[in-house]
Design a protein around this ligand. Structure first.
Ligand SMILES: NC(=O)c1ccc[n+]([C@@H]2O[C@H](COP(=O)([O-])OP(=O)(O)OC[C@H]3O[C@@H](n4cnc5c(N)ncnc54)[C@H](O)[C@@H]3O)[C@@H](O)[C@H]2O)c1
Length: 362
């Protein structure tokens, strides 16, 4: 389906969306940001109009779908506004700041009878799509353990600004990289219910260490007057109702050389095991056949990078806008991921393992 797209938020990821939308064949008509210069810079390469007035953009009849690429605290409120204005919404991750906000978005979606897709872009990596095909064909048998990790050497986003200010972000690396990891594992394992969460979090590389001793990280220069009240590393254990156990590791910063520990997923099944780097070009599998141990390297043929996954995400969004079936990465999937994130934070606060159902309703 051809959609008439508007993008709200012209920061780092708004610009990636503008490029991906154009590559997917539905170049944005408008890019809107409070910062007019940013809006113009993101709009111009794709022939889009730059705007700074969100209400005026949402009132336009020639826009039927919206990407929300704003700071986390604005995700749910802006998604609700866009849905109420009759637009389909591709909402960046995390879906919201908490589960209550996810419910608000689902209510708004149902009232508007429009599409709400969550920006779980890792699902569109070629490795992940191939891995899912192998899993569906039964190569691994029952998956009993999953391990997923994202490590950065220097990657605290926008130190001192909204990403590192809990009130605006909802947290640090757990709510930033956590949504990708949690959704990815649940997606590959057919979305079992997560029942317990045990998380430990650290805050090592924020101000003042980063500011005074180490080189710059990404997302602009640090704001020395700004806030850093979030975690920059975490280690998480989850247990699911079907006995699947999940181990997650994530760090915004470390001293490890890039690539030492890739953005990797490892799945352990009764019939086979699998490992891949999400943004890599192959999948490794091991199994046993006729009494022999067998290793398989599945090469991903298509040239693959982050941008390709964003283009595929946009193709899926446009197709979902014209379809009555549940979208890839639905609001319900987003809410389930948010339940797990909320339980992870509750576990950090309690210093213990928590029951997800109790932590979320507390
Ligand atoms: N899917 C991914 O892999 C991925 C990667 C990076 C970021 N993200 C998500 O995308 C979101 C945005 O991240 P970012 O790195 O682009 O942040 P950013 O700070 O670079 O950009 C946010 C933009 O929103 C604008 N803005 C703020 N309030 C506004 C308002 N009320 N109306 C209009 N514009 C407003 C700001 O001026 C800024 O340009 C975050 O939620 C982040 O988690 C997702």
């Amino acid at each position: 389906m051809t959609i008439q797209l508007g993008i709200i938020g012209a920061g780092g990821i708004g610009q990636v969306h503008a490029k991906a939308a154009s590559e997917a064949g539905h170049a944005a008509k408008v890019v809107c940001d409070l910062d007019g210069q940013r809006a113009t810079e993101a709009a111009q390469p794709w022939g889009a109009e730059a705007m700074t007035d969100v209400d005026a953009m949402l009132a336009r009849d020639d826009i039927d779908s919206i990407v929300v690429a704003l700071p986390n605290c604005l995700h749910a409120p802006m998604a609700c506004r866009a849905l109420a204005a009759g637009k389909h919404v591709l909402l960046e991750k995390p879906m919201a700041m908490n589960v209550t906000e996810c419910e608000d978005v689902i209510t708004a979606r149902d009232a508007a009878a429009r599409l709400l897709q969550v920006g779980f872009v890792c699902r569109f990596a070629a490795t992940v799509q191939a891995a899912r095909r192998f899993i569906e064909s039964g190569r691994l048998g029952r998956i009993y353990h999953a391990r997923a990790a994202m490590y950065r050497r220097r990657g605290i986003p926008g130190l001192g600004r909204w990403f590192t200010t809990r009130e605006q972000s909802g947290g640090g690396v757990m709510i930033d990289l956590g949504p990708h990891l949690v959704d990815l594992v649940l997606h590959l394992a057919d979305r079992p219910e997560v029942v317990t969460a045990n998380a430990v979090a650290t805050s090592i590389f924020g101000s003042p260490l980063y500011e005074y001793r180490f080189t710059n990280m990404w997302a602009g220069p640090p704001d020395p007057e700004g806030t850093f009240d979030v975690e920059d590393g975490a280690s998480v254990q989850l247990r699911c109702a079907n006995d699947l156990t999940i181990s997650l590791e994530m760090a915004w910063a470390s001293h490890l050389p890039d690539g030492t520990l890739p953005d990797g997923v490892t799945l352990f099944g009764e019939q086979g095991a699998m490992h891949f780097d999400i943004w890599g070009d192959h999948i490794l599998m091991g199994t046993e056949m006729d009494g022999e141990l067998v290793d398989v390297k599945h090469q991903i043929t298509e040239g693959e990078d982050w941008g390709t996954a964003f283009r595929r995400q946009h193709e899926s969004f446009a197709a979902n806008c014209g379809s009555s079936t549940a979208p890839t990465a639905s609001a319900e999937d987003g809410r389930e991921v948010q339940r797990v994130l909320e339980a992870m934070y509750a576990s950090v606060a309690a210093g213990n393992s928590v029951q997800v159902a109790e932590a979320v309703n507390a």
